[in-house]
Design a binder for this molecule. Structure first.
Ligand SMILES: [Zn+2]
Length: 249
């Protein structure tokens, strides 16, 4: 057992501060202060504590304690970035909810979305852009979205409008198919009419009772045809069946 006194900070950090400020006292680093000097320990320790090397070594020790290891710094930066991305995603999602609601409203009520001139100088940019712009004047989420989003991620382009309408359509037909397939009985109505080009168009409508015992009528398909005899209409019905609308056993 070594019965000597060492200075922890000088042993660990004095090598970093020696040179210009003085010599490391080996009595506190490698050799240790002998037990015979312990009767003067207070005096010896006070002198060492006041030395420049010890003070600088103590500062190095404090610097070391305040340092965050690089892996922890990277983890912290990654966590902050992940948090920022999550917040951004939520803001984008909230803006998109509003845009989807406007499109759903216009489609449900049979209104055109687009205008003839949609530039910023147009006084009628179409119902969709006009309503979205009006909303953004009162809604902080949309305002923040348009103030900060990149020009290629406004979510109001014609392509996004078409994507949203297409997605709504697919969600809606899947729901109607589920209801229709769950119904015990249904009837099919088909009717034809000429369009502007004198081409016969045949609409297919199904009628059924849903789980809440409410009668539902759903327009499910439209096809053009050259003939409206029974055989041609039956072929159109078979085509609707092939699209999965009707379960045919
Ligand atoms: Zn020391």
């Amino acid at each position: 057992m070594i019965d000597r006194i060492f200075c922890f900070v000088c042993r660990a950090f004095a090598h970093k501060v020696t040179g210009s400020i003085g010599r490391v006292d080996s009595a506190f680093t490698t050799r240790g202060t002998q037990a015979s000097q312990w009767k003067e320990a207070r005096k010896v320790l006070a002198k060492h504590q006041a030395s420049t090397v010890h003070k600088q070594a103590s500062l190095s020790y404090c610097d070391f304690l305040s340092l965050v290891p690089i892996n922890m710094q990277l983890d912290r930066a990654a966590a902050i970035e992940a948090c920022r991305l999550k917040e951004q995603q939520e803001r984008n999602r909230q803006a998109l909810y509003r845009i989807i609601d406007v499109i759903t409203l216009l489609v449900r009520t049979g209104h055109l979305l687009r205008g003839h001139r949609e530039g910023a100088d147009s006084n009628n940019r179409g119902l969709f852009l006009e309503i979205v712009n009006l909303l953004s004047q009162y809604d902080g989420v949309l305002k923040h979205h348009f103030d900060t989003c990149p020009r290629n991620a406004t979510y109001v382009s014609k392509d996004i409008q078409n994507d949203i309408i297409s997605t709504l359509y697919h969600i809606m037909i899947e729901e109607v198919k589920k209801e229709l397939h769950a119904a015990s009985y249904f009837s099919v109505m088909m009717d034809e009419a000429s369009d502007f080009g004198h081409k016969e168009q045949v609409a297919v409508v199904v009628r059924y009772v849903d789980r809440e015992c409410v009668i539902q009528e759903r327009f499910i398909d439209i096809s053009s045809t050259d003939s409206t005899d029974a055989g041609a209409l039956f072929q159109i019905l078979l085509a609707s069946i092939a699209k999965g609308w009707i379960e045919y056993r």
